[in-house]
Write a protein of this length. Structure first.
Length: 237
């Protein structure tokens, strides 16, 4: 089964606020930049937000987050290695902890913003992020597991991916419902000029499927989303 646990992200208080609805759900490039910003700054507010969100979407993973933090704190006591006068980057344990904190923090903010506009989608996205948190924890366990334990972990990851696909399908169904409502609106608006509607309809559909960003598709067009997510990749890690 393909691995498609995607990182989706928004901004918390320390990230620049957006002025438009579309910008409230940034594109993947912006998302990654925001994750990197939190990892570099390491604000304590982000830790609090990450813990609050994890408690909501995957409370069974709180111990895992605490374990990552303990490993990161232990890494702080390690001597800094200097090569040619330049300090080496932070120990991997710190990177893992702050990567997880950054992921959870920005996802929390995204769900909060989405909930103000669309509570149904927000609930689905929150569930999806909970699955992603579980998948990341399983992937970390996989890296250190013995060969005899890896098959069981792989099966759990595949089950999480399957559930993730199910939620993506539900989000796509919401988008289809939006399309149908929009078509009804257009039909009503131009009911006195059916010829114009039929002439313009192909260009509207092309714009909707190729150009128009959709909240449920991570601010990608349907075709862009399909192109981005249709490539199968070997499952983990």
């Amino acid at each position: 089964m393909a691995c498609r646990i995607s990182a989706v992200i928004g901004v918390f208080g320390l990230l620049a606020a957006s002025s438009s609805a579309a910008q409230e759900m940034p594109n993947p490039q912006a998302m990654q930049m925001q994750v990197q910003q939190i990892m570099q700054q390491r604000p304590r507010e982000a830790e609090a937000a990450a813990r609050a969100f994890l408690m909501l979407v995957a409370p069974e993973r709180m111990n895992g987050l605490d374990s990552l933090r303990e490993q990161a704190n232990a890494g702080n006591n390690q001597p800094i290695i200097v090569v040619d006068g330049v300090p080496v980057s932070s120990p991997p344990s710190q990177d893992q902890y702050w990567m997880e904190v950054a992921q959870l923090t920005v996802q929390f903010d995204m769900v909060q913003k989405l909930n103000r506009r669309d509570s149904v989608r927000a609930q689905l996205v929150g569930k999806m992020f909970g699955l992603e948190a579980n998948a990341r924890a399983e992937q970390r366990a996989y890296r250190t597991a013995s060969e005899s334990n890896r098959p069981a972990i792989r099966k759990r990851i595949e089950a999480l991916i399957s559930q993730h696909f199910d939620i993506e399908d539900q989000l796509r169904s919401l988008e289809i419902a939006d399309i149908e409502r929009e078509e009804q609106r257009v039909e009503t608006a131009f009911c006195d000029d059916a010829e114009t509607v039929m002439r313009l309809l192909p260009s509207w559909l092309e714009d909707y499927n190729e150009v128009h960003p959709h909240k449920g598709l991570k601010m990608q067009s349907p075709r862009e989303y399909r192109r981005t997510n249709s490539t199968a990749q070997p499952c983990p890690v």
